[in-house]
Design a protein around this ligand. Structure first.
Ligand SMILES: Nc1nc2c(c(=O)[nH]1)N[C@H]1C(S)=C(S)[C@@H](COP(=O)(O)OP(=O)(O)OC[C@H]3O[C@@H](n4cnc5c(N)ncnc54)[C@H](O)[C@@H]3O)O[C@H]1N2
Ligand code: MOO
Length: 412
């Protein structure tokens, strides 16, 4: 049986390097940039006013008081037509290009405009004016030809704004993998149905779709597959067209646990079956290599996870293992699950023959991060996870953890 580390190593080794594709800028949030971006413009593109007021020559207003003659008005989007000579001022709006000759802007609050005279007069009464005041010189934020973003950068709103400044309405990223989700089991009914005796609702499909969406993938729900070989195989084959296929249920030792054998019959090569972890022991992972002729435009293979059907087992395996594969395809570093440290809020005794990922609730305060272990009845107890915002990893064995022990917590 693989350890968690061995299973993660195997997933990282099997999943191919990410493949870049161009997507519209509006669809790139959260994806990783797959090209260096060089600006094709200076920012700002011209010397610009940072305040609504008057463009002046600072030398005219060194004392903070002056009476200057009114030259013209420049709004944002217009260009000045005349240079500011000594003794003159141009009314200017924030974002408008600075006229030649001017080297400072005096804000409108420090001025009075008198149009009873010809030409009109701008009377200034404020602090001494210095060269460069309330203006931004061309190219001081970004220069044309400068590299503004590096390949490998995750795209947040500010990077998307920077791409827009650089005129990129399409951008090369590692696109969202399509993730097929296939729930298996004769006991399952759709979420909108009232379960009859012996039946339960297919809650895993909705939960896994939400996990995939949150992790940057595009879920493709395939509904419920019956525990019948031909039907199951047909649904598996439909799922293999996606980049990842997640099945839930039917992977342990029951009479109708047909998933491993039907996956192999569909040509999916088994990489491992069973991991020393709780919950999630029966996890199955394999790879379906695509024939060249029906190659997916993005990825050469489909990576298949047979998740144990118990809801918390499915959820935890998706968080630990499926998301590692997704991060690899999305070009996200680090690829392995990232734990944070938190001090145990209370004493806790844990016992188990496998490393256990236990639901837990973290709180942050000025004195640091603490974690409490929530009451949990095991891998079918999904409700308990709604009182948790992460999972604490306990090693196998029995130990008493005192309050204040620093634990590894994986946030959800
Ligand atoms: N003899 C053994 N029995 C079991 C073993 C074992 O090693 N030997 N492993 C146990 C462990 S650990 C787990 S976890 C479960 C996982 O089993 P399966 O993946 O085969 O899952 P099922 O038996 O199909 O279902 C388990 C449980 O989950 C419910 N379920 C299934 N699908 C869904 C769904 N889409 N939505 C909500 N709930 C679902 C199902 O009704 C069962 O109650 O096996 C142990 N047994
Ligand atoms: O591994 Mo199972 O997921 O313990 O219940």
């Amino acid at each position: 049986m693989f350890t968690v580390e061995q299973a993660l190593d195997a997933i990282i080794a099997e999943v191919a390097d990410p493949v870049a594709a161009r997507v519209p800028l509006g669809e790139s949030l959260g994806l990783v940039l797959a090209e260096d971006i060089v600006s094709d413009v200076d920012s700002p593109p011209f010397d610009k006013a940072l305040m609504d007021g008057y463009a002046v020559r600072a030398a005219d207003v060194t004392s903070g008081r002056a009476e200057l003659r009114f030259l013209e008005e420049v709004m944002a989007g217009q260009v000045p037509t005349r240079a500011v000579e000594p003794g003159w001022a141009t009314r200017i709006m924030t974002g408008a290009p600075l006229p030649a000759g001017a080297d400072a802007v005096v804000r409108v609050e420090d001025t009075q405009f008198r149009d009873s005279e010809e030409p009109a007069v701008v009377a200034i009464d404020g602090a001494p004016v210095t060269v460069g005041q309330s203006i931004m010189r061309q190219g001081t934020s970004t220069q044309r030809g400068q590299r503004v973003l590096n390949s490998g950068t995750p795209l947040r709103p500010q990077e998307i704004g920077t791409l827009a400044e650089s005129g990129r309405d399409q951008v090369a990223v590692y696109p969202r993998p399509r993730v097929a989700i296939l729930a298996t089991g004769d006991e399952l009914v759709p979420v909108g149905d009232i379960p009859q005796p012996g039946q339960i609702r297919n809650s895993n499909e909705s939960m896994l779709a939400a996990q995939i969406q949150r992790a940057g993938g595009e879920p493709v729900p395939l509904g419920i597959a019956r525990d019948e070989r031909t039907h199951l195989r047909t649904r598996i084959e439909a799922g293999l067209a996606c980049d990842l296929l997640l099945l839930s249920g039917g992977v342990s030792a029951g009479k109708l646990d047909l998933v491993p054998s039907e996956l192999q019959a569909a040509g999916v090569r088994q990489v491992f079956h069973k991991v020393r972890v709780k919950p999630g022991k029966p996890l199955w992972f394999g790879v379906s290599e695509r024939a060249e002729k029906d190659a997916n435009p993005i990825h050469k293979g489909c990576y298949v996870f047979g998740l144990p059907g118990n809801p918390v087992s499915s959820m935890v395996c998706c968080e630990i293992f499926v998301r590692t594969a997704l991060r690899r395809l999305l070009g996200i570093e680090p690829q392995r699950p990232l734990a944070v440290s938190a001090r145990l809020e209370h004493e806790y005794r844990h016992q188990g023959n496998r490393p256990t990922y236990h639901p837990a609730q973290m709180e942050s305060s000025l004195t640091g991060r603490t974690v409490s272990i929530v009451s949990w009845q095991g891998s079918s107890d999904l409700r308990a996870t709604t009182a948790a915002n992460g999972m604490v990893c306990f090693p196998a064995g029995e130990a008493l953890y005192s309050a204040g022990t620093v634990m590894d917590v994986y946030p959800w």
